[in-house]
Design a protein around this ligand. Structure first.
Ligand SMILES: [Zn+2]
Length: 729
């Protein structure tokens, strides 16, 4: 391994990336982060889950002399990461209480001999005399503090022992520290910098947008109905991993049992199980022996499984931050994944009741977080926009096209006639629970507080469910408010009183039915590019090899890599190396059985392989959806996006068509069209599509072809399609 101390500016990081990890390009600011760390400065990295944080310390560890110390809170996570490193032939090891004495000694010797480039430790281990002694004898290149938000009481997973890290490193010669977290609030950020004494750190923060996640909030009608829907949903996704979150142990057991009874491989995970059972169940999930893990929120922080295709919340999370973290465990490989939440306002009330015994100050904060969560669930706005706003990020569009509110816009109407009797009732009653008031105005409860109000039966044409949904929105509008002393009581607010005196139009969203429809499959499902039979065979092979190595399957190859194999049919090791996520090391280590299988399959089925592989190029061929969507969001010229991804312009437009036509994702390409065509030519081509009978490309080329390139025509067609859609909204 070349360990000479090269200047960080001239070092060819891309070559190193390809050599060790088999990837040809960095994601987001990874390269900048690595260069900053190599230059000896402290770094704070704030990136959402799945954005590629670990690489920011893994690669520099290999390039710097000595051993990098990685402090990580969970033993499960450590083993996982070390397994993955070893699959790349990268010398990594971990020390924690799960190892026997003999194993610890073995790791110690390996460290002393200089063979270990990355040493993972738990903060508890760091504090032991043994380890402090070892630390004195090692050359530490830098320290990485993973999940650094554990330092802060304001983070969602405070760990007191994390606050001691800095003092436990006192005896190590000065070195850079890189802290990494997925928690973005300014308070937590300040705590991390202060506690680690790295106030001068260079801070890198990337977008929290996860464009491949589809967000859906479904009304929870009843437990039974919800269970039924979940069974149906999971059944339709055979072979795809998922996590179902519930609040209570009892519910976890119940849901797991129901799934099992219905022939779905599922296991429970909660704090009531002993630790051996918990880790057995977790391993079964990672090893794909079970499809679904049903868990309380205790599960997940240690989970680094990239191909979780769905996260279902049976119960509402306690805050938007929790929701974001938990849904963030889906789709880390960048492929589409679903995040479905079953929402019932009663769950909010139940959570609130748990809080009764908490001290007032603490309660207030939690109630506030709950209220925000309820607002998030009930709003008709784009979920992504709301989530990003929560993290202080401004999403530049009104619609993302990949959430329920964008795909099935709630229609709003003037709700004055509904709001009025409800508000009037509260004006007469003062503080009162919401539900009986709704039943009274609906007519199903004749007396309230010993009387019949003039508003009795005024809303008899609405179902109770609908009225509940409207009332929640009226609460969110601030016309009604909750009693801060007793969250279950509602009263008229100052704003509501003013409104009652002089009512103005009040937009309310219609509650709507979101039972899953047949045609709601995510777009990669009908993507014809890869060979599904071959993909299954490759997955089986991967499983076999993974089992033999006792590692999770994705350690061998991740799913996008297998999909690419099932698209490109590589039959030699050289060809396999070019598949993204493979690289020379993995090709040599695991490649042979894969190319043999593919070769046999190609021969038996007379498959004509795509020509690109015969003259391999260095372009990256995985679906670059996420990168494309982000680049378009940032208004990068198409030519530049294409260059960066190693695509021709036509290939980039292929992908845009896929995203916009097939996936229905809202991408604002107006800027790109305007960059490519001057206004007159744009008008002319646009006018053609207005008048044309069909949007057939051949027809358009015949009509326009002399004055336009094919790419220009395709781009205008896309633009026209979008404008037409926007006009229909
Ligand atoms: Zn949206």
């Amino acid at each position: 391994m070349p360990m000479s101390e090269q200047s960080s500016e001239t070092l060819d990081l891309r070559a190193a990336l390809e050599k060790y990890f088999g990837y040809t390009s960095f994601r987001g600011p990874q390269e900048q982060i690595i260069r900053t760390l190599l230059s000896g400065r402290h770094v704070l990295v704030i990136m959402p889950t799945g954005a590629g944080k670990s690489l920011c310390y893994q690669l520099p560890a290999l390039l710097m002399p000595g051993t990098a110390l990685v402090i990580s809170p969970l033993i499960a996570l450590m083993k996982n990461q070390v397994d993955q490193m070893q699959a790349y032939d990268i010398p990594a090891a971990y020390l924690n209480s799960s190892l026997t004495r003999a194993q610890q000694e073995e790791v110690r010797q390996a460290c002393l001999s200089g063979r270990v480039k990355l040493l993972y430790v738990a903060p508890e281990t760091l504090a032991t005399d043994h380890f402090q002694e070892l630390l004195q004898q090692l050359r530490i290149s830098f320290t990485a503090v993973d999940e650094a938000h554990c330092i802060s009481e304001w983070g969602h997973d405070f760990r007191p022992e994390y606050r001691r890290i800095r003092s436990l490193l006192r005896n190590v010669p000065p070195m850079p520290i890189i802290a990494l977290t997925a928690t973005a609030t300014p308070r937590v950020q300040a705590d991390i910098l202060e506690n680690l004494e790295i106030q001068d750190a260079v801070i890198f923060r990337t977008t929290f947008n996860r464009p491949n996640l589809y967000y859906q909030i479904t009304p929870k009608r009843s437990q039974q109905q919800t269970l039924k829907e979940i069974v149906q949903y999971v059944r339709a996704r055979r072979g795809e991993s998922g996590i179902i979150y519930c609040h209570s142990r009892k519910r976890v057991e119940e849901v797991a049992k129901t799934l099992q009874t219905n022939g779905i491989k599922a296991l429970p995970y909660h704090a009531g199980l002993d630790s051996a059972t918990r880790s057995k169940n977790q391993d079964a999930f990672l090893g794909e022996e079970v499809q679904v893990i049903v868990a309380t929120i205790a599960f997940g922080m240690g989970i680094d499984k990239p191909d979780v295709r769905f996260v279902i919340h049976f119960d509402v999370p306690k805050s938007i931050e929790n929701y974001y973290q938990e849904t963030g465990r889906a789709g880390r490989d960048g492929l589409p994944a679903d995040c479905i939440l079953y929402y019932d306002y009663n769950d909010i009330l139940k959570l609130d009741r748990f809080l009764r015994d908490k001290p007032a100050s603490e309660r207030e904060a939690i109630v506030f977080l709950l209220q925000e969560m309820a607002y998030f669930c009930e709003s008709g706005q784009c979920r992504r926009k709301m989530l990003l706003r929560y993290f202080g990020e401004d999403y530049p569009h009104d619609h993302c096209g990949n959430c329920d509110n964008c795909r099935y816009p709630k229609s709003s109407f003037d709700g004055q006639s509904i709001a009025k009797p409800i508000l009037e009732s509260f004006a007469l009653l003062g503080k009162y629970p919401l539900l009986p008031v709704l039943e009274h105005v609906r007519g199903s409860l004749t007396e309230i507080a010993g009387q019949t109000l003039p508003t009795f039966k005024t809303l008899k044409n609405h179902s109770l469910d609908d009225l509940k949904a409207y009332a929640a929105q009226i609460l969110m509008e601030g016309l009604l408010t909750r009693d801060p002393q007793d969250y279950s009581l509602v009263l008229l607010s100052q704003k509501g009183q003013t409104w009652l005196q002089n009512p103005t139009p009040l937009p309310l969203y219609k509650p709507y039915d979101r039972t899953p429809r047949e045609d709601e499959e995510l777009f990669l499902d009908d993507e014809p590019l890869h060979d599904p039979i071959l993909l299954d065979m490759l997955k089986n092979l991967r499983k076999k090899i993974a089992d033999a190595h006792r590692v999770p399957p994705y350690v061998i190859f991740q799913e996008p890599t297998l999909i690419e194999m099932a698209t490109r049919y590589p039959i030699t090791l050289e060809e396999l190396e070019k598949i993204s996520g493979v690289g020379p090391v993995k090709a040599k280590k695991f490649g042979q059985p894969f190319i043999e299988l593919i070769k046999k399959y190609v021969e038996e089925n007379d498959i004509e392989r795509p020509p690109e592989l015969i003259v391999p190029t260095n372009t990256r061929r995985t679906p670059d959806w996420v990168e494309i969507i982000e680049s378009i969001d940032r208004r990068i010229p198409l030519q530049r996006i294409a260059e960066r991804l190693g695509l021709s312009l036509a290939e980039l437009i292929d992908r845009l068509e896929m995203l916009i036509f097939k996936a229905g994702i809202q991408l604002n390409i107006t800027y790109a069209v305007q960059q490519m065509l001057d206004p007159d030519r744009l008008d002319e081509a646009f006018e053609y599509f207005m008048q044309a009978e069909t949007d057939s490309l051949d027809e358009a080329i015949r009509a326009l072809g002399n004055d336009y390139t094919e790419e220009e025509i395709r781009l205008v067609r896309l633009y026209f399609h979008q404008q037409a859609l926007a006009a229909m909204r």
